[in-house]
Design a protein around this ligand. Structure first.
Ligand SMILES: *Cc1c(COP(=O)(O)O)cnc(C)c1O
Length: 412
């Protein structure tokens, strides 16, 4: 996994004992991701202030910690006071166990029936929403003489994974007869909380969730972990916090959406004061370096398909990154990168491993100059949001598609 490439410079022997600010040695790298521990800790501190101390703060680290790198982000989250983890896949949970994380881990995605035994052995929390999984867990726990904690996912309006209302009694009756399959949690997920400033639909889902909780309690269960909130709900609606919140994107320093930020700004009463609005800071900076600089004449075609033709004598810098690294081909002839604190535009198509940018207006660009693809350089910034806008997607997709092979470095 990409996370195995994680390097924690703070713990590197070359820096230990030195009182000077650690200097990043990246001379041997052609493209890498720098992670700010202080930004990550600040974001988690903000989220902790939103929920208080009685609520379990669970760090969602699925998809290689949203592209940031599982190992470094998981370790940093624990340092910052996160209580547990949520992942999508069994293998992500097993990676965390192999790395030595003893915290509770909820696997939110489907685990193949044939692999439920592994989940039991590693004491994972498992989502359940179908009888087949419950029955197989009953077999696995009794053959191993162990128990397993399950979190029942109830359908409240997203119509993704979850038990429909009509099937709820059936699955509860089954669980009642299976003491080794312990109903620790009941949860749901909002469909329309970050895409709008109109939260009627979310309130309807909350009402359905409360009804489902009553059904569960009437059936004689007292689940200790009731949860519903993703990042947007955590920040906007204290009534969604229940016993646990599942925070993904906000932990990495992004507002879930512009609508979420707007809603937060307008809700003076709920949560932290508007002065704290600036308190989410991006954790990640994606860098590369110039691998060639060349002068071309006016009328020169640049890149595959000759889609870009210079209109003046130009200086072109070649960057050793492309769509296989997660730099989307949709950024061809549109995105900007930062070199020497100035913006340079991509010219021509983004290739698999190479991208060309126009540096005619940036004096003295040199071989191996540092280039920022996402993040800040001087006063300039290229945000994941900006790249998402150019390619018709959201910042979640921009960061989660950063290739696993890019080295990740913790820088402060
Ligand atoms: C990914 C995910 C989250 C985290 O959502 P963010 O918007 O990134 O905070 C929470 N709950 C479930 C079920 C998820 O799949």
């Amino acid at each position: 996994m990409g996370s195995m490439h994680g390097t924690d410079l703070k713990r590197s022997p070359a820096i230990e004992g030195s009182t000077a600010k650690p200097r990043l040695d990246t001379g041997h790298l052609s493209s890498w991701i720098e992670l700010s521990r202080s930004a990550h800790h600040g974001n988690l501190a903000f989220l902790r202030r939103c929920v208080g101390h009685g609520v379990e703060l669970s760090a969602v680290v699925k998809s290689n910690a949203y592209g940031h790198g599982l190992e470094l982000m998981a370790a940093s989250a624990v340092e910052a006071g996160a209580d547990s983890f949520c992942v999508h896949a069994l293998d992500e949970a097993l990676s965390l166990r192999k790395l030595g994380f003893p915290q509770d881990i909820l696997v939110m995605g489907h685990v193949p029936l044939a692999r439920l035994g592994e989940a039991v052995e590693h004491d994972l929390r498992l989502v359940v929403y179908n009888p087949e999984t419950v029955d197989r867990l009953a077999q696995e726990t009794s053959s191993k003489g162990r128990s397993v904690r399950v979190h029942l996912k109830v359908e409240t309006g997203t119509h993704r994974q979850g038990v429909e209302g009509a099937a709820l009694d059936g699955i509860l009756t089954r669980l009642k007869a299976l003491p080794r399959v312990q109903l620790e949690g009941v949860y749901t997920h909002f469909a329309n909380i970050e895409d709008t400033t109109d939260h009627h639909y979310a309130r309807r889902q909350m009402a359905r969730f409360r009804a489902a909780l009553e059904t569960v309690e009437r059936a004689g269960f007292a689940p200790s972990k009731r949860h519903a909130a993703c990042s947007a709900a955590t920040v906007l609606f204290p009534e969604t916090h229940f016993d646990l919140v599942r925070v993904g994107i906000s932990q990495y320093g992004f507002w879930s959406s512009k609508e979420t930020l707007l809603s937060h700004e307008h809700s003076a009463s709920a949560g932290p004061s508007p002065s704290e609005i600036g308190s989410l800071a991006p954790v990640l900076t994606w860098k590369t370096r110039v691998s060639q600089v060349k002068s071309v004449e006016a009328g020169a075609a640049v890149g595959y398909g000759c889609t870009f033709v210079t209109t003046r004598p130009s200086r072109i810098a070649i960057l050793p990154i492309g769509y296989s690294d997660g730099y989307d081909r949709g950024l061809s002839s549109s995105a900007h990168v930062l070199i020497r604190g100035r913006r340079a535009q991509v010219c021509g198509r983004v290739c698999m491993n190479l991208t060309m940018v126009d540096v005619t207006d940036i004096p003295d660009v040199q071989l191996e100059d540092e280039v920022v693809l996402i993040g800040r350089q001087g006063d300039a910034e290229i945000s994941a949001d900006y790249l998402a806008g150019l390619t018709g997607t959201i910042h979640y997709e921009i960061v989660t598609r950063l290739a696993a092979h890019l080295p990740r470095l913790m820088v402060d």
